[in-house]
Design a protein around this ligand. Structure first.
Ligand code: PEP
Length: 259
């Protein structure tokens, strides 16, 4: 675990216009710069709406902030007649390091299939973006006890045909759908069970070295109050935070728990 750089990521979803986004980032930078805490070991990432990315780039560069950022989605194509879509090359040009792929809200609301998400994962790598692939089961699947099989099936389908050196840089976020935005948190042992199963699956698909490189995050109603207990788990390398990432002090506190 300690060879992998911890990643604490904030998914702003469709919140924060370009003015509010700048204010939030400035507050976050100010809170994180508090000399009493050392965040140097942890990578802090934000995923603002597309319209905030230019402002984010300007602020991060101008103030030399140690915050990285990414888009919340990308097209499987690089350019062309795809009205409303955003290419990975546009994200790369705006300084994005990461891109979310397959968030449950995209899978459900936009009906994104594993076949499409596999194409999006590959599109991200074409533009040197690291995908943060989101996987996880709904409540009925969990209640039926099929959560591990279901989630591993998503992992296999979404990574089909991916080269080992790309896979080793991947970030996978386990986000049980029943825990997203509901206040219902998976227990640390649930997060660990799934992250260990995903790592074993990557070892099966590739090899142990690749599996050891992949960073696995937990996401679903994470707050400062529950972050520490989840981060203690062996295979959990970080967190993907939705609602609580919109509050700079709360998000900074979550970052602090990695230490
Ligand atoms: C998310 O959007 O990825 C998420 C985990 O949301 P929340 O933290 O609000 O449950």
């Amino acid at each position: 675990k300690f060879d992998r750089t911890p990643l604490i990521a904030g998914n702003w979803k469709m919140n924060m216009d370009h003015v509010q986004g700048i204010t939030l980032l400035q507050k976050l930078a100010w809170t994180l710069s508090d000399a009493r805490h050392d965040y140097s070991r942890t990578e802090v990432a934000v995923f603002p709406p597309f319209t905030d990315l230019r402002g984010t780039q300007t602020l991060v560069r101008g103030d030399d902030l140690k915050i990285v950022y990414g888009g919340q989605d990308l097209s499987q194509f690089d350019s062309g007649a795809y009205t409303g879509d955003i290419s990975g090359q546009f994200l790369a040009k705006l300084g994005c390091s990461y891109v979310l792929v397959g968030h449950s809200e995209r899978r459900t609301i936009h009906g994104e299939s594993d076949e499409l998400l596999n194409a999006k994962v590959k599109a991200a790598y074409r533009h040197s973006l690291v995908p943060v692939l989101c996987v996880g089961e709904g409540l009925e699947v969990r209640q039926a006890g099929n959560h591990v099989a279901h989630t591993l099936e998503q992992v296999r389908a979404d990574l089909a045909g991916l080269a080992a050196d790309d896979a080793a840089r991947l970030v996978i976020a386990y986000e049980p759908v029943w825990a997203i935005g509901t206040g219902e948190v998976a227990g640390p042992l649930d997060a660990q069970e799934m992250c260990a199963a995903i790592r074993a699956e990557i070892a099966d698909l590739y090899d142990d070295a690749t599996a050891a490189g992949v960073r696995l995050l937990y996401g679903g109603s994470v707050k400062a109050a529950n972050a520490a207990s989840i981060l203690k788990e062996r295979d959990v390398d970080g967190l993907l935070v939705g609602g609580a990432s919109l509050d700079a002090a709360e998000f900074a506190n979550i970052v602090r728990f990695e230490h």
